[in-house]
Design a protein around this ligand. Structure first.
Ligand SMILES: [Zn+2]
Length: 377
């Protein structure tokens, strides 16, 4: 028994909260201090808690209590998010920016509200998706420019007979790409290349199943135009035309081409005995599963040659045009940006309807595939 008549009270109280094996008792000596003591276990007598519950009462605790009650009331009355659309618009938009384009198209089917939300934020969502997933491919596969968006002073030059005759070489031979419509799309050289590239990668994507399963691609006898092929080309062209109005559709084309590229790299890699014992771009399975084009930033072979025919699909490893590897800087340099303006100016200078003669040398240059000399480094 201590001098105060209380046992088990420590001399030095601390501010630490009691732990599970400690109790609080009140010292009844006049001072209302809480103290900490170690639990005493009496094996003979049952332990009876005779301490009264400490009632906390002060203006401060009242205020804290009111705050808690107010908060609980607010939580109870505010609606619990039960669907995506209950989330704040910024958050919803942010989430959509992490999806794949095909997932966003799935979302469009959910209901009218989701559809309207995505439609009204499409450009921002697509921008985020492209930046995260298709940073490389978006620069290698730019969209052609709609004819209605071409400056009016350049339109007669683009539509001049001489200019259109010259373009035949880029339109006639293709069985896998629908010819560009000069009344709908700018036919400067870079826009023709952009059109052909985007249509071709949709066609290439279509035949992936055959290539993966080693089934020959249907060949078209020379001089024939089967209905199935016309429909396929029409469908691909319609998608590219939609992409010219919708960044999300553009992103969806890039998504398809990334899948094609990844599949092709894994399909064509045949192990250590091949000449190239590493997979192209050193692509790993983990990277492939990320479904971004980040791996394409590593060095690899350039794609200068357009696959002119479906026969070329068999030997194609990765088609990533419009860029050149810089050994000095050890990175890819992309050169598609600004080409439309430059090529359009070229057409304007040489094909204005009142100009009657064009130097032969320029004809030849124009008819060749894009020369390396046009690459801006
Ligand atoms: Zn153009």
């Amino acid at each position: 028994m201590s001098a105060t008549g209380h046992e088990n009270v420590q001399d030095k109280p601390t501010a630490m909260p009691p732990s599970d094996d400690q109790e609080i008792s009140i010292i009844t000596t006049g001072s209302r201090k809480a103290s900490r003591r170690d639990r005493i276990i009496d094996e003979d007598e049952p332990l009876v808690d005779t301490t009264a519950k400490l009632t906390l009462k002060s203006k401060k605790t009242d205020r804290a209590k009111r705050r808690v009650e107010k908060k609980q009331k607010k939580v109870a009355t505010s609606p619990t998010p039960t669907s995506l659309l209950n989330l704040p618009a910024e958050l919803l938009q942010e989430i959509a920016g992490y999806l794949q384009p095909s997932d966003v198209f799935q979302l469009l089917q959910v209901n009218r509200n989701v559809y309207d939300f995505i439609q009204s934020n499409e450009s921002t969502i697509a921008r985020d998706i492209i930046r995260r997933r298709y940073f490389v491919l978006s620069r290698c596969f730019p969209l052609p420019v709609a004819f209605e968006n071409v400056e009016s002073s350049a339109r007669p030059s683009l539509l001049s007979d001489r200019r259109q005759d010259m373009l035949q070489i880029h339109k006639k031979p293709y069985q896998h790409v629908k010819g560009i419509d000069p009344l709908n799309i700018c036919t400067c050289m870079s826009c023709v290349f952009s059109w052909n590239n985007l249509n071709m990668i949709l066609d290439l994507s279509y035949w992936q199943k055959n290539l993966n399963e080693r089934e020959p691609i249907l060949m078209i006898p020379r001089g024939t135009a089967p209905e199935w092929n016309r429909k396929l080309l029409e469908a691909n062209a319609a998608i590219v035309e939609r992409a010219m109005d919708s960044r999300l559709v553009h992103a969806a084309i890039l998504e398809k081409h990334l899948k094609t590229t990844v599949q092709t790299i894994f399909r064509t890699f045949r192990g250590r005995k091949t000449v190239h014992p590493k997979r192209l771009y050193h692509l790993t399975l983990v990277e492939a599963e990320k479904e971004t084009d980040e791996f394409l930033e590593r060095s690899g072979p350039p794609s200068y040659e357009f696959p002119w025919h479906r026969d070329n699909y068999y030997g194609l490893e990765a088609y990533v045009p419009n860029r050149k590897w810089s050994k000095e800087q050890e990175r890819w340099l992309y050169y598609a940006e600004g080409l439309h303006e430059r090529d359009l100016e070229w057409v304007k200078q040489r094909f204005t309807p009142n100009v009657t003669s064009v130097p032969v040398r320029e004809h030849v240059t124009e008819q060749l595939p894009r020369p390396d000399s046009k690459i801006q480094l």
